[in-house]
Design a protein around this ligand. Structure first.
Ligand SMILES: [Zn+2]
Length: 76
């Protein structure tokens, strides 16, 4: 799986969405306080929403994350 470190090396961002507040944005992976070997699909589970602070240990699992899909090649 693609990790945060892979994104940093490639100069890509992490795409993050939140169903709780409808946030959708692109986050610098170096600015996320998680281990660099965190797989991108799990980053959303472990970080808080940049806007509303929702977390996936709360009801509804509102956060999702994937490599920046505006750049082709790596998918989700
Ligand atoms: Zn949110």
């Amino acid at each position: 799986m693609v990790t945060l470190e892979d994104l940093m090396r490639a100069g890509r961002r992490l795409e993050v969405g939140c169903f709780a507040c409808h946030y959708h944005g692109y986050v610098d992976p170096a600015a996320i306080a998680l281990a660099p070997d965190t797989p991108t699909p799990f980053a959303g589970d472990r970080m808080g929403c940049p806007r509303c602070g929702a977390r996936n240990r709360e009801k509804g699992y509102p956060l999702w994350s994937r490599p920046d899909a505006r750049q082709p090649g790596w998918g989700g």
